[in-house]
Design a protein around this ligand. Structure first.
Ligand SMILES: Nc1ncnc2c1ncn2[C@@H]1O[C@H](COP(=O)(O)OP(=O)(O)OP(=O)(O)O)[C@@H](O)[C@H]1O
Length: 313
């Protein structure tokens, strides 16, 4: 777990602290999305966790140990770090890039080779095609997958991700968010992700930390924040469509009712969210949809009114 205790960071010559008296507890296995206006201290906070910045005062604890008393190189080997521009070594093959930390840890060649293939498959890249390529021979989305695989290589407990999808086109971005979230849940990592995108924060975070001027303004589950922003700043930050945003947190399966005798003829997956379901109904001018299981079988029915009722629940 990660704990920040009264952490303040003042850069020399700066008129005010970049991070001011920050207290934050992140339980093991939890994903936290940090969001806030540019310059509010998100990246500085994250960089203090892996010792790339040192707090002016206060303590940062990782798994109970004060990072100031830990060897920074050793610490960073136990923390995966993914950044926007990926930072792959340009003259090294994809395989060697992924092998960076395992090599530092002295793993034997066979173990490293197995891990490279396993990780490439995990991020949906074909090892036979990708292993020997150089970073410039990959698309931006593929490079981001490799950066993510590299960060996971030595199976760290913690993953720090600073705008990991910032440079990716919107369609690939949504796909990567879905995939990375699934992978991170499967391998149960503690995750801190910095983002500018509130939809990304809602999707990726079990909790959202909203910062302003170096201070933590709100730290709560996405649904709790969307249901009750608590301040004008947070309300404005979430945007005027927060009721619709809330729908993206609820799966169709949660409110579907048994299948109708007469199917609608238009369907949606039980794993889709209500935002998508409502959008699909509006687009097709329908009041309901059949709900299907992954094998295509109709397992339920979703009425538009049930979605609207959800908002008041
Ligand atoms: N190395 C540094 N030296 C001096 N000031 C810095 C340094 N790094 C960051 N700052 C300042 O600290 C404040 C917080 O910066 P930080 O990068 O943490 O913000 P952020 O919330 O991540 O911003 P953005 O969303 O634009 O990336 C800013 O005012 C920034 O100018």
């Amino acid at each position: 777990m990660i704990r920040l205790e009264h952490v303040t960071k003042i850069f020399s010559g700066a008129p005010r602290p970049a991070v001011n008296q920050l207290d934050l507890d992140i339980e093991a296995g939890m994903s936290v999305a940090m969001i806030g206006p540019s310059g509010c201290g998100k990246t500085t906070t994250m960089r203090m966790v892996n010792c790339l910045e040192t707090p002016t005062s206060g303590r940062v604890l990782v798994n109970g140990r004060n990072v100031a008393e830990t060897d920074p190189r050793q610490l960073r080997r136990t923390i995966g770090y993914v950044i926007q521009q990926v930072g792959l070594f340009p003259h090294m093959t994809i395989a060697r890039n992924i092998a960076t930390v395992p090599r530092l840890l002295g793993w034997d060649k066979a173990r490293i080779d197995r891990r490279i293939d396993e990780l490439l498959e995990l991020v949906s890249l074909d090892p036979a095609i990708m292993r020997d390529r150089l970073p410039h021979q990959l698309s931006g989305g593929q490079r981001q997958r490799v950066g993510f695989a590299r960060a996971l290589a030595a199976d760290p407990d913690i993953m720090l991700m600073d705008e990991p999808f910032g440079a990716i086109d919107p369609i690939t971005r949504i796909k990567l968010q879905d995939e990375f979230r699934q992978i991170l849940k499967k391998v149960s990592k503690t995750v801190v992700i910095v983002t500018h995108d509130i939809d990304e924060a809602i999707k990726m975070g079990d909790r959202i930390a909203i910062m302003k001027d170096g201070e933590l303004l709100r730290y709560d589950a996405p649904d709790a924040i969307l249901a009750d922003p608590g301040s004008d700043f947070v309300r404005d930050f979430l945007g005027p469509d927060r009721a619709i945003k809330r729908l993206s947190l609820i799966n169709v399966a949660r409110i579907m009712t048994p299948p109708r005798a007469m199917p609608h003829g238009a369907s949606i997956s039980s794993e889709a969210n209500l935002h998508l379901a409502l959008s699909s109904m509006i687009e097709r001018n329908l009041t309901g949809l059949d709900v299907t299981a992954p094998d295509g079988a109709i397992i339920g029915h979703l009425h538009r009114d049930a979605i609207l009722d959800c908002q008041t629940a």
